[in-house]
Write a protein that binds this ligand. Structure first.
Ligand code: ASP
Length: 294
């Protein structure tokens, strides 16, 4: 039996579930056409990267300078495919660049090298800043100027203190949502995961979250596939995807493994996990997170 689970970002709100549903249907169509789990997971993420309501691809969050967009993405499957990009600018679909990286001798390309690689592989310049990203950037500056922490557990002042953008900080002192991901079990029993994000705002220039880091934001192996969404800094500390995968591989009930995973991060840091195993599929989140299953 095939299985697909798609998320649209921890804390993004269930009103975005229709987007996840369309993404799950795109993945399902690929499986029905005989494509493998990786192609299906990528198809799901492509739908969400092109839906500007989500913080990935066209809808990616703006950096604190109000100009820069840096995106991370990754793919992995249980047949040895592994490719990721970090701090990638100016492409429409980072997930397709991550897939191309998997064909190189490397696993992860970042920054300028990732951009040059993308161009060499034929990914055209794309510099759209969505209206939603502009609105959320303005809201984030307002929040950074307030007493309310823009990132759970972090003083707003920290972003001004360590500021590394070319312009000056436009605040005195919100986080990105709607990152996207998909996990798939295909008809041959192989597992795949794909994820893409505009990052967790606020962040300093050059910040890399969990999404392109194997074992942190994603993992796939012969026992299943796992994708994580939330504030990368908390996820990376626990290598969360790898931990949950290994619990499932050791025989733990999938729902229990997801619950234990969520319990590792602070409750005020919105976090979500999706997973498929040989016999189960599911999700767990500590915040309203759009999810679709097929
Ligand atoms: N995990 C992503 C990051 O930290 C953001 C998210 O999932 O909302 O970059």
């Amino acid at each position: 039996m095939t299985a697909i689970v798609v998320h649209g970002g921890a804390g993004a709100g269930e009103q975005l579930s229709d987007g996840c549903q369309r993404a799950a249907e795109a993945a399902s169509a690929r499986l029905r056409a005989g494509d493998d789990g990786l192609a299906a997971a990528i198809a799901a993420v492509l739908v969400l990267e092109d839906d500007e309501r989500f913080n990935a691809g066209t809808g990616a969050a703006l950096g604190l300078d109000g100009e820069t967009i840096e995106m991370d993405a990754a793919v992995m499957d249980s047949r040895g495919t592994l490719g990721a990009v970090a701090i990638l600018r100016s492409v429409k679909n980072p997930i397709l660049v991550a897939r191309d990286v998997a064909r190189t001798p490397h696993c992860l390309l970042a920054g300028e090298g990732a951009l040059r690689f993308a161009r060499a592989m034929g990914h055209a310049p794309y510099d759209v800043i969505s209206d939603k990203a502009r609105r959320e950037h303005a809201e984030m500056l307002a929040q950074l100027s307030s007493e309310e922490p823009a990132m759970a557990g972090v003083d707003n002042d920290a972003f001004a203190r360590y500021w590394n953008y070319a312009c000056s900080p436009a605040f005195r002192g919100r986080r990105g949502r709607d990152t996207v991901g998909a996990v798939v079990r295909d008809a041959d029993g192989h597992f795949a995961v794909a994820g893409s994000t505009g990052g967790s705002a606020p962040s300093l220039l050059g910040r890399v979250g969990d999404t392109p880091l194997i074992g942190s934001g994603f993992y796939a192996g012969p026992h299943g596939a796992v994708a994580v969404t939330g504030i990368g800094e908390y996820i990376i500390r626990h290598t969360l995807a790898s931990k949950v995968y290994h619990w499932i591989a050791a025989g733990m009930d999938l729902d229990e493994a997801l619950r234990r995973g969520i319990a590792l991060v602070p409750p005020d840091a919105d976090t979500g996990l999706i997973a498929v195993s040989k016999t189960q599929s599911g999700w767990c989140a500590n915040a309203a997170t759009p999810i679709a299953q097929a």
